[in-house]
Each structure stands twice: as C-alpha cells, then as structure tokens.
Design a protein around this ligand. Structure first.
Ligand code: HSE
Length: 429
C-alpha cells in the first residue's frame, strides 16, 4: 500500500522532514515494507516552494488541495501558530486524513477539540515533536511505559530558558545581557515572551501531565512563572548552597489531586537534571514499576525535531498497514478535566532573598514575621551588597505551606527598610 504524505510548511522543521524522508524512504520500503511518498507540499509562497518544485514534488499554496487529494493519507502540519492550524487540522481530520504535528501550543490549547475529532474520524493524530523536540517522550508515555503509572515529572522543556540560566550560572552574567546574546545567536526569539515567561513550558507540561494522568490538564489552570526575575545574586546563592537554578515543569499525582506547575527551582547540583545544560531538554520521570528515568536530548532544531515528526509518520504508516486503531485519547476532553491542586496549598522548602537597608531590627522584624506565619528557618545568611548601607538577607526555610509564605512575604515586603520586593524561589522536591 502506498502511503502519500502532504506537508504544510517548509520552514526549518518542514525542510528537515523532507531531508530525512528523502534519505530514509528506500530503507522504509526495503526493511519495513512501507511505501512512503511525499505526495504534495504546501507553503505560503511559490518562492518557498520553488526548490521543491525543482526536485519534482507537487506543490501548492492552497492548503485545501492537500485535504482533497485522494493520494494524501497523512498530513504533516508544521506551520506554527494556532488558529489557522486548528482550522487546517480540523479539515484534514474531517477529510479522513491522519495528522502529524509538532505544534505544542495547538495541542495544549485545542487538543481537547482535536483528539475527539480524530477519534470520530478514526484517524491518527500524533505529536511526538511537540514536546522535547527529538526526545521520544510522548511515545514513551503512550506506549513504552504503559506497564507503569508515572507518578511524577520534573521537566526542562524550554531550551531558551535553559540556555539563559546556564549562561547566567557559568558566566555570572545578568538575565538581560544573556537574553540579548541569546537573541543574537538565534537561541531566543525577538519577542521572547512565550519562552522566558514559561508559557511554552506550560504548554508542554500540560501535554505530558495529561498523558501521565489520563485526564485533560488545561495549562491555563496551572501556576506559571518564568525566569525574568532571576538575578545573578540568586544564582550565586544557589551555587553556594550546592544547588543549580533551573526552570522546571513539575507534575505530581497526589491524593489531593493533580499538581502541575512551571516555575524556577533550586535543583541539588548532584541531581541528574542539574547537569542538563545549554539548550538541551530533559524529562525526569518517576514511574511506579520502572522507578526513576531520565530522557534527555535536543529539544529543538531542524533535524532533531524533524526526526520525531518522521517517526510519527512511520508509526502511522505501520498502523495503516496492519489496521491498527489510533491510540485512544478519549481522556483528553473537556469532559474529563483534572482538578489541579492550588499552588497555595503546596508544602515545600523555600529560598527567600530580602534586599534591605542595613538598619537595626530588620533581621528581627523579618524573623518574627516568618515565625508568626509558622515558617521555620533552616538557615540564614546576611551579606553586604555593592550599594553601601544595604544588605542581602538570604533565608532558607524548612518545609512550609505556600499560603503562609505568601502572607509572610507580603508583610515583609511592606517593611519600610525593604529596598526591593522580596524574592522567593522554591526548592525542587
Ligand atoms: N522555543 C522552544 C524552546 C523551541 O526554546 O525550547 C522548541 O519548542
């Protein structure tokens, strides 16, 4: 059986998909018995398409041509954005085309609409490249780990943030200058909001957490905080304490409900995740039967991401060959939403930094507010800062309730001697 592929988008990842398919199609035929063919390629302009036309591929600037093409059975969507891709994938599924996408924002935002539609049309909708680029984490959670319950995840799933934090840690630089360099090097977008404010990580965590819990986890209900507020002084304090600062996506299945959140975290420097540096991604899982496991690798980039897209195409082609039904995703629907544990009820260990005027009684005021809120101090360090007459007071707490932390920080922040809003970073637990 010939399996025709239609591709929407020949940017970085799309061109990589064509490149990999061209190099592997003969192998898929000889070794796997799969007769894959790129049937049609769609992009916005003739200019983008001209190299592919020159190679003899059928091209079009009208996406609908792919859906009405009887020789296309798998549509690969690599355009980015969400509203148009939602329209296109809806049309593709309604035309009984299987779909592969790398679009994490689309799956996180509209997966609850698309998965039921795929099921209704008996179509596969695969998205391995949506999380962790080339790391095969989706297939691992959907297939390889089905003999387990994955109870928790600790994820580094945004290469831009991991690069920025790594540079800040290794070079002692501030956030703004590292971000500017990352933009020059092409590691960060001109508008870095989605990355540095952790929205991209939240999309990806919501997808992974839904697969683990078999419930629909809406990223909009998660606590999300990014890395803009991280300062070199906090990274230095982390180092002194034997910790490394990382932006983590955290998921725990607890008796109180699903705990899913994204925020900067202090990770013990001897933990596997602390050594995941630069643009690398990693997903650390705790599975009840397997135990802990780390998946790490390139979370973005042309060929790593394209390799995950191609793996989905091959998986669909094999399923079509043997008549295998799509993996059930019925849980990913608004009728099965997860109740998320509110961040205020988190019981955790915290780091605070108070930058204050060096005045009598400040330390006593801080410690008494912490004590009034039932927060016990594990350690406290006071250091002079460049600004004469000011000090940094770093506090590490014992485990305590986040609601109490919020209350205490509000009161401490209102002390007249405070020269900056208090900083708080959670320890990774
Ligand atoms: N902006 C993403 C990152 C790209 O920095 O990881 C891959 O999703």
């Amino acid at each position: 059986m010939k399996t025709g592929i239609g591709i929407i988008g020949v940017g970085t990842v799309g061109s990589g998909v064509v490149e990999i398919l061209e190099s592997k199609i003969a192998y898929y035929k000889q070794e796997l018995g799969l007769d894959l063919k790129i049937q049609q390629i769609c992009a916005k302009t003739e200019d983008e398409l001209s190299p592919y036309a020159q190679k003899g591929y059928a091209i079009t600037t009208k996406v609908e041509d792919l859906f009405s093409n009887p020789d296309v059975s798998i549509v690969i969507e690599l355009a980015g954005g969400y509203d148009l891709p939602l329209k296109w994938i809806t049309a593709a599924l309604n035309s009984k085309k299987h779909v592969v996408t790398a679009n994490k924002a689309l799956i996180a935002k509209y997966g609850h609409l698309l998965f039921p539609l795929a099921a209704k049309n008996n179509c596969h909708l695969l998205f391995e490249a949506a999380v962790g680029g080339g790391i095969p984490i989706i297939r691992a959670l959907q297939e390889s780990l089905t003999g387990n319950t994955v109870k928790s995840l600790r994820c580094i799933i945004n290469g831009t943030c991991n690069y920025i934090l790594t540079e800040m840690t290794e070079k002692g630089l501030g956030f703004a200058s590292v971000l500017a360099d990352a933009q020059k090097l092409g590691y960060a977008e001109a508008d870095p909001t989605f990355d540095v404010d952790a929205i991209d990580s939240a999309h990806k965590l919501a997808i992974l957490a839904s697969l683990c819990s078999k419930k629909y986890i809406n990223f909009e209900n998660m606590h999300i905080s990014g890395i803009r507020e991280i300062e070199a002084v906090d990274i230095d304090s982390a180092k002194e304490m034997g910790y490394t600062l990382k932006l983590l996506g955290i998921f725990n299945q607890t008796e109180q409900g699903m705990d899913a959140r994204v925020h900067p975290c202090l990770v013990p420097s001897n933990h596997l995740l602390a050594s995941v540096s630069g643009v690398l991604n990693a997903v650390y899982i705790e599975a009840n039967n397997l135990g802990p496991a780390l998946f790490t690798g390139a979370g973005a980039g042309k060929l790593p991401t394209a390799s995950a897209v191609v793996a989905d195409v091959v998986s669909i082609a094999r399923s079509m060959e043997v008549g295998l039904k799509p993996i059930p995703m019925g849980f990913y629907s608004q009728e099965n939403p997860a109740d998320l544990v509110p961040i205020e009820s988190l019981f955790n260990k915290y780091y605070f930094r108070f930058t204050t005027r060096d005045e009598k009684g400040v330390l006593a005021a801080i410690t008494s507010i912490l004590s009034e809120n039932g927060i016990s101090i594990e350690s406290i360090i006071q250091k002079n800062v460049k600004d004469p007459g000011h000090v940094n007071i770093s506090v590490v707490t014992e485990r305590c309730r986040e609601a109490a932390v919020n209350n205490a920080l509000l009161k401490i922040g209102a002390l007249s001697s405070m020269s900056q809003h208090p900083k708080m970073i959670r320890f990774a637990e």
